[in-house]
Every structure is written in structure tokens, then in C-alpha cells.
Design a protein around this ligand. Structure first.
Ligand code: ZN
Length: 684
């Protein structure tokens, strides 16, 4: 553990913030908070907080002693002064004398004492910060410290490692009671530089930001040295396969097994984040994996991200993937049953009425493959995989020096169902297609781009597959988040293979394909060169078949249905002069769509088509519009809106039709016409 403090950087930051009216105290608090937040083994996704005691003036000019403490929802690595809301200190200190303070009262007290009522909620550990007298207080859930405190004899180990420099606080659930308990222990020995919180983490404090931060780093460094000096090599491996199964072979199976209806929502889908590293592989390949990985979480607040324990699967083997698939389904079913029992058991300990959360796993350990984080968005899946990595780090350290012995399941349960912890997840917003993965071919063209954007707006994870890789990347960049751009040719099977493998590696599976790539070629059918017609069939028919075949293979593996959406064209139904080479394969693609609807409906796969006409795009460019309008002696506007509704049809209209199909769970074999009305092209 490196001490990253730089006097020059600290001064620079103080000067920068001074120009924005931020005091030196707060600027330095921002600086060391960022230093702590930048190290994953110290702080990850809400697992830590900091504070500074200073003076501030309220709106009417009164000066107050305040505690600027980390606000919920802020990431310490990139915190700004606004992420350290100022809470008036006197009311917080007064609360110390109370014998009881409910969670709701604690939140009310904290919020009503804010200098700026628009601030985010101060941390649930605010009172602990307030009750300690030091100016700067730092708190982390350092994995090295957790390796020491997640032991039966944690107090003894800490005494050996830290001597008298740190106090030791037995486990108490965070909140008012912990704040009081910690204050009592501190006051008994006010010369300590920090407090160890059993099964939870560490606090350090001092009069300056540099010293409080330095004490944190020193303590963590000591814990790390203890682990490396006295620790033994852990996790003797089971017998390895010389040719381990690649993640893409098992992720769709896993995704299918965990995507189960819950609370009336039949369309729950999970995105995955699969990771490997030497530390992860050492952990998941251990012979005793089930023992050390099933005892609980390394620090209580991980429970809201990874549940009370991870799901552990057997090692998959090539040639036995069908058997593995059954094993995964069984393992998920037992996980669910175990979770329901755990809920029932722990809920019975008191009279509080609780509603069971979904019983599905979030972190999965797969020998020879790695860890898989699951979430209803790629972001949540990544967070879960991050949490998995720090869990592994803490458990590995604990097993190196002794036996990993985390908090009891009853205490873990209390934290999982603590309203103040669940509130941290409230920022997750679910949209109609959250958890769904969509692959869009021709995703960088006019219709593809509009469709990509609409699917992203509805919450789906989007893969843009396009011949033009650079443009695909531009679209992915526009969408932000985790949109994936893949350059490739839909008529080349190796490119299509690569696109599907990349999609699975990135997101874990697939739900919707928009088979949209196409191009028109012109010429009277009687004079057309054979080569031209065959080329058009490659792109406008065979590529659709190749994409659909690849998708269906994944849909079968997942076993949770899927949607095949084809961009056919008016030409499939109503031929235009000179467009035979385009219309013939499109008509075949419309038939293809119906064939898929017929043959795969029984596994929940829906196949639908969109018949769009006269959309301004790569197929109908501005120049083409101008020349056609001229030929028909109408204005461009008249040409584009020459339909029953008298309105120009846009790429967004087509995108909306694909969205409608994606959401219509009872519709298959359908063709949606998006042409503003053309009686000659009406389906009959
Ligand atoms: Zn904590």
C-alpha cells in the first residue's frame, strides 16, 4: 500500500478550489478522499467514507460548527465538495445523550441539520464521524484489514499487528448504536490513532488530512505485511483440465438459468461481466472452494450487491456441456431454495415485517472459467464483478493467516434488509428492456443508428455490427455506457461468428437481433447479370439467414426465448420497376421470417418483420430523392410524403416499429408496415 500524498498536488488543489470559494479544509478533504477512493482494495462502490470538521455560514449569516461528511451516491475516487454535505455538528453531538434513536429518526436528524437542504443524504456512518473529536476522520473497508478481522480470534490478531495504536470495536450494526459503541471505546483510550471495527473495516483520524490519511495507509500496510509474512500459500488446486472451456460456451446457459420470473415480471434478464485474473483463478480452482466461499460476505455491506453468498458451479467440460447445463439449472434452483430458507430463518428472529427480495444469485464462481457478476444492466454487472474481486482478495488473505470467519448470517441478513442499505440501490432505474441484449446489423446506417438509439433509451445493452467499423464506434460513443461496436461483413461467416462471440463475452447472451443490413441494386430483371443477383441474395437473404441461425443457437442455449426482427422492405410485397434483384431476396427473407416463427415458436422465439418504405438513408440518398422527384415532376417534399398520411416517414418511425416488436411478447410472424400508407403495398 503506497502513500500517495503529494504536498504539491495538495497545494494545487487548495488553490484551484479557493478560486471557487471552497475552504482549505474541504479542499484537503476532497484530496485525500480521492486518494483513498482511487485504490480498489480500500474503497469500492460505497465501502468507505470520510469527513472533516470545520466552520460554515448558513443562509442568514449564522456561523456553525459543521461536519462535512461523504454524501450517499458519491464515488470517493472522483468526489467534489458537493459530495461532502455540511451537517451542523451541535445537534449531532446532542444525539449522543439519547438512549435510542431509530434509523428514520437518525436520517431525519441528519437531513434537518444540513446547511444546504438540497444536499445528498449524509452517510449512514455520519454519527460515528461526529462523535470522534478529530478534525479529519477516514473510514475504509480495506481488504487487508478485513482479512485480519474476519477471523475467530480477530481481536488477538489485531493486538499483535497494531499493538496499542488502534482501538478494537466488536461488531455492531452500523448506525446510532455503532457510533455510540465506537465513541465509548475511543474515549477509554483517546490516544489511539484509529479504530478497528470487527468484521467491518477501519477508521483513522488526526488533526490534519495528511496525517489521518497516512495513518490509514500505515495500518493497511501493517496488515498487508502480516499477511505476506505469516501467510501460507492457499487453495491447493483441484485437477486441471488441460483445455478449459471458454466463457462464451457457458455464459448463455448460466444466463438462461438465472433469468426467472419474479414478482410478476416475466421478463427478468441478467447481463454478465466475466473476469479472470491469477488471483481469481487461484480462488475458483481451489479444492475447498465450496467451504471458504460459502461462509458469508467479507464486510456486511457487500450483501446488497452479492447476496449472502455466491453461487458456485462445477467446472464445465467440453463434450459435457449438456450435462453442465443441467448442473447449472440444479445449482440455481438450490441457490434459490437456500436463499428462501435463509430469509425465512432470519426473518423469524424479530417482529419486523419484511418483503423477501428476489432470490437470484449475483456473483457466480466457475472453476476454470472465472467469476461472473450479474446485474440488470452492464453497469450493475460490472459493480458486482468488482465486489467479487474484493471479496476474493479479503477471503484469500484471511485463509492465508487463519480461517475466514465472517459475520453470522443473522447479522448479514439484518444489513441486507436494512432500509438504509437498500436505499443505496434505489438509484438503479429499470426500463422496459433493461437486462436485454440487442444486436443490430447495419447498426451505423440511418435506420440502424436510429434503432440503436431507441433500444438504448429503452434500457437494452446494444451491439452495433456494421461494415464500417469507424461509424459503428461513433454510434457506440453516442450511446455511451457500454454499447459495443463491431466492424464486420454480414455475408462473411467468420465475421458473423466473431460478432456473436464478442457479444456473449461482453454481455453474457442475446435476446434480440435486428437483422437490418441490406443494400439495393438496380437493373431490369431480364437483363440482370447472374453475378449481381447472386450478390444481392448473399446480402439481402443469406446474411439474414446466417444472423438468424447464429441467434437461434444462443436462444436455444439460454432457453428464455428471443426475438428475431428483420428489416424486409416494400419490395418484398410490392415490386418496384428495376428493383427485382433487391425485391426477390427480400421476399425470400420475409418467408424466412415466417419459417422461423413457425419452427421456433415452441421455444419462445418470436420472428417479425418491418416493411418500411421511402426512408432517407444510405439506400435512398438525398441525390436519389432529388432525381426521382424531378423525374416525377414533384417537389422533394411531395415525393417523400407521397403516401396516404401525407407525411415523410423517418428512420425513427422504423426504429419504433422494432421496439414495438421487441416488447410485444405475444406477437410472432407479423409484418409491420411503416410507409405512411400505400394501398398497393398493403398485406393481403
Ligand atoms: Zn463502513
Amino acid at each position: 500500500m503506497q502513500n500517495l500524498w503529494s504536498e504539491t498536488r495538495a497545494i494545487e488543489l487548495v488553490e484551484t478550489y479557493a478560486g471557487r470559494g471552497v475552504t482549505e479544509d474541504v479542499a484537503l478533504r476532497v484530496y485525500t478522499t480521492r486518494l483513498l477512493g482511487s485504490v480498489p482494495s480500500l474503497v469500492r462502490h460505497g465501502g468507505g467514507n470520510t469527513s472533516v470538521k470545520t466552520v460554515m455560514t448558513d443562509i442568514v449569516g449564522d456561523q456553525w460548527d459543521v461536519l462535512c461528511v461523504k454524501g450517499s451516491g458519491w464515488d470517493m475516487a472522483v468526489i467534489e465538495p458537493a459530495g461532502l454535505p455540511a451537517v451542523k455538528l451541535p445537534p449531532l453531538l446532542k444525539a449522543r445523550k439519547l438512549s435510542k434513536l431509530s434509523d428514520e429518526e437518525m436520517v431525519a436528524l441528519q437531513r434537518s441539520s444540513l446547511i444546504d437542504p438540497a444536499s445528498p443524504n449524509p452517510s449512514v456512518e455520519t454519527l460515528l464521524h461526529a462523535f470522534l473529536p478529530h478534525k479529519f476522520v477516514d473510514h475504509t473497508h480495506s481488504t487487508a484489514i478485513l482479512s485480519l478481522v474476519d477471523q475467530e480470534n480477530s481481536e488477538e490478531i489485531c493486538a499483535k499487528v497494531f499493538g496499542n495504536s488502534l482501538g478494537f470495536v466488536p461488531y455492531v450494526k452500523p448506525g446510532f448504536d455503532l457510533a455510540k459503541a465506537a465513541a465509548v471505546i475511543f474515549e477509554a483510550r483517546p490516544d489511539v490513532e484509529g479504530l478497528i471495527l470487527d468484521k467491518h473495516g477501519i477508521f483513522t483520524f488526526a488533526e490534519t488530512a495528511a496525517l489521518s490519511y497516512g495513518r490509514m495507509i500505515d495500518a493497511v500496510r501493517r496488515a498487508e505485511s502480516h499477511i505476506s509474512e505469516t501467510g501460507r500459500t492457499v487453495f491447493p488446486a483441484r485437477a486441471f483440465s488441460s483445455n478449459p472451456v471458454k466463457a462464451e460456451y457457458i455464459l448463455p446457459t448460466l444466463r438462461g438459468a438465472v433469468s426467472r420470473p419474479f414478482n410478476g415480471n416475466e421478463n427478468i434478464r441478467f447481463i454478465s461481466s466475466c473476469r479472470q485474473s491469477p488471483e481469481i483463478m487461484n480462488f475458483v480452482n481451489g479444492r475447498e472452494l465450496t467451504s471458504y466461499a460459502s461462509r458469508g460476505v467479507s464486510t456486511p455491506d457487500l450483501v446488497i450487491r452479492m447476496k449472502n453468498r455466491p453461487l458456485i458451479l462445477p467446472a464445465p467440460g467440453y463434450g459435457e456441456l449438456r450435462k453442465f447445463s443441467d448442473c447449472v439449472k440444479d445449482a440455481v434452483s438450490s441457490y434459490i431454495t437456500d436463499y428462501e430458507h435463509y430469509f425465512g430463518r432470519c426473518n423469524a428472529f424479530d417482529d419486523i415485517e419484511r418483503k423477501q427480495l428476489d432470490p437470484l444469485p449475483r456473483l457466480v464462481l466457475v472453476p476454470e472459467v472465472g467469476i461472473v457478476g450479474l446485474g440488470q444492466s452492464k453497469r450493475d454487472a460490472e459493480i458486482c464483478a468488482d465486489i467479487g474481486e474484493i471479496f476474493i482478495e479479503a477471503v484469500t488473505g484471511a485463509e492465508m493467516i487463519g480461517t475466514f470467519a465472517p459475520l453470522s448470517e443473522e447479522e448479514i441478513f439484518k444489513l441486507e434488509y436494512w432500509s438504509l442499505e437498500q436505499a443505496k440501490l434505489k438509484s438503479q432505474s429499470f426500463k422496459p428492456l433493461s437486462g436485454n441484449v440487442v444486436l443490430i446489423t447495419g447498426g451505423a446506417g440511418a435506420i440502424g443508428r436510429a434503432t440503436s438509439r431507441r433500444f438504448a433509451e429503452e434500457g437494452a445493452e446494444v451491439v452495433i455490427f456494421d461494415l464500417d467499423e469507424k461509424k459503428a464506434q461513433e454510434v457506440a460513443h453516442e450511446l455511451g455506457n457500454y454499447a459495443l461496436a463491431i466492424g464486420g461483413d454480414v455475408t462473411k461467416v467468420e465475421d458473423v461468428d466473431r460478432a456473436f462471440i464478442s457479444t456473449i463475452r461482453e454481455f453474457g447472451g442475446l435476446d434480440i437481433v435486428v437483422s437490418n443490413a441490406g443494400a439495393a441494386c438496380q437493373g431490369e430483371i431480364g437483363e440482370l447479370e447472374d453475378r449481381e443477383l447472386r450478390k444481392s441474395f448473399e446480402l439481402n437473404f443469406f446474411a439474414h439467414q446466417s444472423i438468424a441461425q447464429h441467434a437461434v443457437e444462443i436462444f436455444k442455449q439460454q432457453g428464455i426465448g428471443g426475438a428475431l426482427l428483420f428489416n424486409t422492405s416494400k419490395q418484398a410485397i410490392n415490386p418496384g420497376p428495376g428493383l427485382g434483384a433487391y425485391g426477390a431476396p427480400k421476399a425470400a427473407t420475409l418467408f424466412l421470417c415466417r419459417q422461423y416463427a413457425l419452427e421456433y415458436g415452441h421455444i419462445g422465439v418470436r420472428a417479425n418483420a418491418v416493411n418500411a418504405d421511402r426512408i432517407r438513408s444510405g439506400l435512398l440518398t438525398d441525390e436519389m430523392i432529388a432525381s426521382r422527384a424531378k423525374a416525377r415532376k414533384v417537389t422533394e417534399r411531395e415525393y417523400m410524403s407521397g403516401n396516404l398520411l401525407g407525411r415523410e416517414v423517418t428512420a425513427d418511425d422504423v426504429a419504433q416499429a422494432f421496439i414495438n416488436h421487441a416488447l410485444a411478447l405475444s406477437t410472432t410472424g407479423d409484418v409491420t408496415t411503416v410507409d405512411g400508407g400505400n394501398i398497393a403495398a398493403v398485406l393481403r
